[in-house]
Design a protein around this ligand. Structure first.
Ligand code: JHZ
Ligand code: SAH
Length: 405
């Protein structure tokens, strides 16, 4: 039994992944001797509808000066955040007198667009190495964790915000009540708080279990975000599905009673109730679905190994840490992972210790099969590798089920 991080109700986990390492702790040979692990289990709170990790490592173990995820590694995501920023500017009529705050700005992939339109902005980013990249783009960044106290400090130096934005960050924060309290005091009367995160409905429908790892403490739905917003006198006023990260949802919140609530909100809440995302029993088959993918993938990898085929992987994602460790994929099944991120290269993947090599060596490795860990970027990556992946070379994907193409 565990207590809900949102409403303190007790609940039981519905899936147990066993011991898991830090998803982004790519390690040297020395470092793998002292790898940290934690028991990774996920549960559903029937009272407030939040799906959540039972335990999460301390935030400093995940977000620090050697954080391995740099947002701008995908050109599709660069375009996505440009459109996101433009849509906020239009919605709020932003100009040189406005103020935008982004929580978890990483390398500046979103705020660079406000900078180039002369809209004043501030990034909050505790991971110093990625924050530095933002700063080199001229963005003002506070290298601390956002919470209520920081919101109060920001208000001593700045005006209230017309828009508080965040992408793939809110679902990382167990002390979410302090975030919402901070938003409540930092947001102008007619301001908006807009954030997006992987969407629970998609994760259940596609069995995209690999969205579950240390950083993702919450899997949000309109139901759970609505109930959290109400606890802070905020109102969920819009929901917009996104195709990013395998299926995300963008939530717009405002002070209660100030803005018109879109019909989309009630529609999505109704849909979630029809799908029974508000009932514990809906989550009970999830483990069986994950284990079916595991058995199919492990059987395929063993077959390929016995046939003497060369199998490598593409994209040392955070998600792949769950896949490799829960499925027990070892370097004799997948020789190495190619990735474009320098800080991950020439290190070992967390827990499974598969070598991560520079992307530049991918083609010369001459693989027969390529396991696509960055499946959420499939369109971008498959287009980029189209000339190389000829009829003798195949992609392997595993969400929603194992497929060779
Ligand atoms: P990607 C991270 O998840 C962590 P990850 C975090 N918790 C989160 O929520 C999302 O991001 C936002 C590489 N790559 O985006 C770069 C190539 O090599 O799926 C990355 O290492 N070639 C904050 O880690 C990885 O793949 C390419 O052409 O699961 C992609 O990681 C492309 C496009 C990517 O996020
Ligand atoms: N928004 C980017 C980055 C997501 S990575 C994108 O969508 O690609 C998640 C980021 O959240 C990390 O850079 C991490 O350092 C940051 N983060 C974690 N906790 C935070 C907090 N309390 N306040 C601000 N940023 C935080």
């Amino acid at each position: 039994m565990a207590n809900c991080l949102i409403c303190d109700t007790t609940y039981s986990p519905f899936i147990d992944f066993g011991e898991m390492p830090i998803a982004n702790a790519f390690a040297t040979k020395e470092e793998i001797k002292n790898e940290y692990t934690f028991p990774m289990k996920v549960g559903f709170c029937e009272n407030c509808n939040m799906v959540q990790l039972v335990e999460q490592p301390d935030r400093e173990q995940m977000f620090h000066e050697n954080y391995a995820f740099f947002s701008s590694t995908s050109s599709y995501m660069q375009d996505h955040f440009k459109k996101f920023a433009n849509s906020v500017s239009e919605l709020q009529g932003l100009n040189k007198n406005s103020f935008v705050v982004e929580v978890g700005c990483n390398d500046g992939i979103m705020l660079q667009n406000f900078m180039s339109n002369n809209i004043p902005c501030l990034g909050i980013e505790p991971s110093e190495n990625v924050a530095k990249v933002s700063m080199t783009k001229g963005i003002e960044v506070i290298t601390e964790f956002f919470d209520q106290t920081l919101a109060e400090n920001i208000l001593e130096l700045h005006q209230k915000a017309d828009a508080i934005l965040s992408a793939n960050v809110m679902c990382h924060i167990p002390y979410i009540h302090s975030i919402y309290s901070g938003v409540k005091i930092l947001l102008k009367e007619d301001g908006v708080f807009i954030f997006e995160d992987p969407y629970l409905g998609e994760i259940i429908e596609k069995t995209s279990f690999d969205q579950i790892y240390d950083e993702h403490v919450f899997l949000f739905s309109a139901l759970s975000v609505n109930s959290l917003a109400n606890m802070h006198d905020l109102e969920l006023i819009n929901v917009e599905p996104q195709i990013t990260h395998g299926g995300s949802m963008r939530y717009t919140l405002a002070h209660k009673g100030i803005k018109i609530v879109s019909k989309n909100v009630l529609k999505l809440i109704d849909k979630e109730k029809k799908l029974e995302l508000d009932q514990e029993q809906s989550y009970l088959g999830f483990t069986d679905n994950v284990n079916k993918i595991r058995d199919d993938l492990i059987n395929l990898l063993n077959e390929l190994k016995n046939d003497g085929k060369k199998v490598v992987a593409y994209g040392a994602t955070s998600k792949s840490t769950t896949v490799n460790n829960y499925f027990k994929i070892t370097p004799d099944l997948v020789e190495c992972i190619y990735d474009t991120t320098p800080i991950k290269q020439n290190k070992f993947s967390p827990g499974a210790h598969i070598p991560v090599l520079p992307y530049e060596q991918f083609r010369e490795s001459n693989p027969d099969y390529v396991l696509l860990f960055a499946w959420n970027h499939a369109t971008e990556i498959m287009k980029k590798e189209k000339d190389f992946m000829d009829k003798n070379r195949h992609w392997i994907t595993y969400i929603p089920n194992v497929k060779i193409s």
